[in-house]
Design a protein around this ligand. Structure first.
Ligand code: FES
Length: 101
């Protein structure tokens, strides 16, 4: 089971979770106390439909997740960033959350 270390850039909180191989990152974090979204985006987001680009995270190493998806390329997010609702996890990760205004 991949181990995920979540560092929230807004609050400074740190969480560690284990999730199933191939699990969706946004859904997995949603089952914990950790936050993906920053500020009011916790309420105003598309609930994982891939449309709002408010669930932005930075993941390391990038080799342990799926390649960028069509929706991520459409949103033109920074190269080191991913939309957590489009990310599938295949290995241990360090995830930085709470970065998208
Ligand atoms: S939750 Fe809206 S794009 Fe991911």
């Amino acid at each position: 089971m991949p181990k995920i270390t979540i560092n929230n850039a807004e609050t400074g909180e740190k969480h560690e979770i284990k999730i199933g191989y191939g699990a969706n990152l946004r859904q997995a974090i949603g089952y914990t106390e950790a936050q993906i979204y920053k500020g009011a985006n916790r309420v105003f987001n598309c609930r994982g439909m891939g449309l709002c680009a408010k669930c932005i995270v930075e993941v390391e190493p990038a080799e342990n997740v799926n390649p960028r998806t069509f929706f991520e390329n459409l949103q033109k997010i920074a190269p080191e960033q991913r939309m957590s609702c489009r990310v599938k996890v295949y290995g241990d990760l360090v995830v930085k959350t709470g970065i998208q205004d």
